[in-house]
Ligand binder design. Sequence first.
Ligand SMILES: *Cc1c(COP(=O)(O)O)cnc(C)c1O
Length: 399
Amino acid sequence: MNKENYITSAEENLLHTYNRFSLVLDHGKGVYLYDTDGKEYLDFAAGIAVQALGYGNEEYNQALKNQVDRLLHTSNLYYNVPVIRAAERLAAVSGMERVFFTNSGTEAIEGAIKAAKKYAYTRDGHAGHEIIAMNHSFHGRSLGALAVTGNPHYQEPFAPLMPGVRFADFNDIDGVKSLMNDKTCAIILETVQGEGGIYPADAAFLKEVRALCDEHDVLLILDEIQCGMGRTGEMFAWQHYGVKPDIMACAKALGCGVPVGAFLLTERVAKTSLAPGDHGTTYGGNPFAGAAVDAVLGIMEREDIPGHVREIAPYLEETLDTMVETYAFLKERRGLGLMQGIVCEKPVGAVAAEALKQGLIVITAGSDVIRLVPPLIIEKKHVDEMAEKLHAVLKNMAE
Ligand SMILES: *Cc1c(COP(=O)(O)O)cnc(C)c1O
């Protein structure tokens, strides 16, 4: 079948929830993807910040192949070795003490919300607690995660959502304080906002939120689904800030292509939070997903992927800053490590579409941001190649 036939079939059979680029991807190698026509693309999107190790990492692939032949699934009624190893590694790199594996980011958020509610319920002897979330946040599409996603456009058709969520502006501590009340059980935020437009938390803001939480025994839930797993130059973005969450949600690059998420708790919170009967999943943390997480964390640690990000990110930042200086319609660069956004006054969807013609994959965030979340293994030459291709796009747009 040729590309047009594939796309026709897709549009006949898949539910139309995405306006997809007309690209049928076939295979990948390193930081490059290839479509069914054999055209090569430099990938600065990584499947939305998932493919941290790029494509075709031999050690990772071999670990998955071995696990396929050994055991794929057991259910959580029994122990399995890969998930035990994965949990050990995840606890070690995060300093969090208890892990629950899920199948996605949105499920990790659901679990995090339930954990916070249960903690407050145990303490107070009753339910009815509330959560403070941030405007322009993104935490997922299921109804609980959507309820804490500060985007009215995503929420509106699905009301009523989970009640008891109040929204503050990100990086506005007075706004957060003004929403606190006796019912508040948690504050949830992305350490670096992703979909909302690549906004890193201010250091002072995050410290003050942490202090506020400590003062009122409110739990700090950090969503590290996009910004975690080495992307910002630390394994988790909060490790830049000297604050630690009570609950953390993780997914995307946690599995590097195998669908897996996790929420993690400190022991203090876990002790009086979710207990047998409170939460569960059939697939979550199965041996296959466990093998993926084990392999990803093993490779990231041995190859010091966060260290590589700290080395290469300044070069990407410089390159993007030069771009912002060159084109009047580019207004600002924001980001942390290999999670970068450029504010653009031309239609960003068109930038991403034109980039594909140049053999470059970039995505967008918010309504006016070009988002760059490449595999974490990129080298300077890839930054140069990206710049050359993006310049070609931007030059055409400037004319
Ligand atoms: C992607 C994302 C989610 C949702 O994860 P899914 O795996 O798509 O369910 C939640 N929070 C953030 C910050 C994300 O980037």
